[in-house]
Design a protein around this ligand. Structure first.
Ligand SMILES: CC(C)(COP(=O)(O)OP(=O)(O)OC[C@H]1O[C@@H](n2cnc3c(N)ncnc32)[C@H](O)[C@@H]1OP(=O)(O)O)[C@@H](O)C(=O)NCCC(=O)NCCS
Length: 179
């Protein structure tokens, strides 16, 4: 899976959190995770977080991240904890690259399925998850607070015979989410 805007993936690091906090606020408004919540997530057991950076040929030094995503593996299934792309770079394939990496990681750790919650009015995310084969399981009433919006729960079965996701250009070093 390659983005129409070229990115490289790497583990999300503690040093990225101020940028992620800004993106969270832009993307999720009043439901945004705080710095403290993100820091706790990065350090928590079974978490795997990844950052997407632009690939710019003539740029020196590290690039500002434009997308991020993470999951939690509980020993049975993985749960997508978050996924977000800078609004200026949305609908260029970056979300799909991140989601592919999460699904690949889920297969690597031996998860039987990938689960997630998504706002019932989040058309872009719902379309993306549908394209990846996620199926709607149920609905969690008033899951998102303070907005008071319902969530769909969705599930992607990871069967042994399912084709491996194409993430050759999105490979992430196999290290924990915190550097
Ligand atoms: C959801 C999100 C991560 C998708 O990232 P993205 O980089 O824009 O996604 P992609 O470009 O890979 O698009 C994948 C598919 O998603 C759907 N999609 C993406 N943007 C869309 C939009 N603005 N309107 C409708 N569908 C859209 C399309 O089906 C698209 O496939 P296509 O390119 O063949 O049309 C991004 O919109 C985002 O950060 N949203 C805010 C945060 C959020 O809602 N996260 C999900 C929480 S559950």
């Amino acid at each position: 899976m390659s983005a129409r805007y070229e990115v490289k993936l790497r583990p999300l690091r503690a040093a990225d959190l101020p940028r992620v906090v800004r993106l969270e606020q832009e993307l999720f408004g009043s439901s945004a995770w705080t710095y403290g919540m993100l820091a706790e997530e990065l350090g928590a057991l079974g978490r795997w977080y990844v950052a997407a950076e632009p690939v710019r040929l003539y740029a020196a030094g590290p690039q500002e991240l434009i997308g991020y995503a993470g999951l939690w593996f509980d020993g049975d299934v993985t749960q997508i904890m978050t996924i977000g792309v800078d609004p200026q770079y949305q609908h260029l394939g970056i979300g799909s690259v991140l989601l592919t990496a999460l699904i690949d990681r889920s297969r690597q750790v031996g998860a039987s399925a990938v689960l997630l919650e998504v706002r019932v009015d989040n058309d872009a995310a719902l379309a993306m998850y549908g394209k990846f084969g996620f199926e709607q399981l149920g609905i969690r009433k008033r899951y998102y607070q303070p907005e008071d919006v319902d969530a769909y729960t969705m599930r992607l079965e990871l069967t042994d015979d399912a084709p491996a996701a194409e993430t050759r250009d999105a490979a992430v070093p196999d290290e924990p989410g915190v550097a």
